[in-house]
Design a protein. Structure first.
Length: 377
């Protein structure tokens, strides 16, 4: 079996735009073989970068034709060494991860096994997920409370919010969090993402308040460039410090661990890729560090790949789920994973990733740039 072609599909921001939040572009990849088997993958695309990553995937496509799709590690080696000449970067990592995901899908289908069995033995029967409640449409804390309560009613038992965005003072953010805590059921866990909006001093102020509220997860308190501050915060608080979504290489995550700058690493599935996240998880486990899978992607391919890698990671903290992307994802794919207790996903036995993609639906989308975001003065 040899690779015979590769297609990319850009899904415009309008598809996932909603009353709750602005939409996000998605980039899907189909790898075809001369045997008739095909696999699907997804590359993470930061805002306004979908065409750049699409171009990288298309540039790599000619080197893939005629190669064995089952030799996934060889593909990664050649993509990093021969194609990139070791001049890697975030966008190239996204392109590689998307293609790799499709190769795992093909391999699972060819071997009639779910991908998690090929990655290693599953260590759980269900994969826990948490609901991301972010909105970028100026929602009030009362709106966020109602949104989080609706997620709890759906079955989620962990929700993530962003109380310190838009230059919100720490004191105000903590007040909003207290309101949220008092409004939710006691068995609903609150996760907090500062989205790199704080510095060391304000982060420590936030940590003190979060500890009093019983919050145990603080994501990206400061920019990742400030490893010294991250290390100090990690050592000086009882909270679990979570970071890594903007990193793309194993070496970068190793540095985080060397600096003791995190308790939980959260690589993005469609940027780092299945193989690399498996390696990062092993390194993290050796240093008593947990893994959370970041998934700012579709609730189809991106989510399925996240669930597969999460199934085999012993030191798993959870998988990110974006409820606001569910309706959009349902327009072009079917996820064959089913919810179990506490809205966790029961392991899926279908071969490959366990996702059916409607290519005809993808062909109907007409790509157009998303709305321009605010450009600071």
């Amino acid at each position: 079996m040899k690779i015979s072609g590769l297609k990319t599909f850009l899904i415009p921001t309008t598809v996932s735009d909603s009353e709750w939040a602005l939409g996000k572009a998605f980039l899907l990849i189909k790898v075809e073989t001369d045997s008739g088997l095909s696999g699907w993958g997804e590359a993470y695309v930061p805002h306004d970068c979908e065409h750049a990553i699409d171009a990288l995937i298309r540039a790599m496509a000619r080197y893939l034709e005629g190669t064995d799709p089952l030799k996934i590690e060889k593909f990664r080696h050649n993509a990093l060494n021969a194609f990139a000449n070791l001049q890697t970067g975030f966008h190239l990592s996204c392109a590689i991860a998307g293609i790799e995901m499709a190769l795992w899908d093909i391999t699972g289908i060819a071997m009639e096994q779910p991908v998690y069995r090929l990655l290693g033995s599953p260590c759980r029967t269900q994969v826990p997920v948490y609901a991301n409640c972010h909105s970028n449409k100026g929602k009030s804390i009362d709106d966020i409370v109602e949104y989080a309560k609706a997620r709890y009613a759906e079955g989620f038992r962990s929700v993530k919010i962003y109380p310190f965005l838009d230059q919100t003072a720490v004191e105000r953010g903590l007040t909003d969090l207290q309101h949220l805590r008092e409004s939710l059921e006691s068995d609903c866990t609150i996760l907090v993402d500062a989205w790199r909006a704080l510095d060391y001093a304000t982060a420590m102020l936030a940590c003190a308040g979060l500890e009093q509220l019983g919050v145990k997860w603080l994501e990206d308190p400061v920019p990742l460039d400030d490893l010294q501050a991250l290390s100090r915060i990690t050592s000086e608080t009882s909270l679990s410090i979570v970071t890594g979504e903007t990193l793309s290489t194993e070496t970068e995550f190793e540095l985080l661990l060397q600096k003791n700058a995190a308790n939980i690493l959260n690589p993005d599935i469609a940027c780092c890729g299945l193989s690399q996240i498996r390696s990062i998880a092993a390194i993290a486990r050796a240093q008593s560090c947990q893994m959370a899978i970041h998934n700012f992607n579709t609730m189809g391919l991106g989510l399925a790949a996240s669930l597969h890698i999460a199934a085999i990671i012993p030191n798993l903290a959870g998988v990110e789920y974006f409820p606001r992307f569910q309706a959009a994802s349902d327009q072009f794919c079917v996820l064959h994973w089913q919810h179990g207790e506490d809205h966790a996903f029961k392991l899926c036995d279908k071969p490959g990733l366990g996702v059916t993609v409607d290519e005809s639906a993808l062909n109907r989308f007409e790509h157009q740039p998303g709305p321009a975001r605010p450009w600071p003065d």
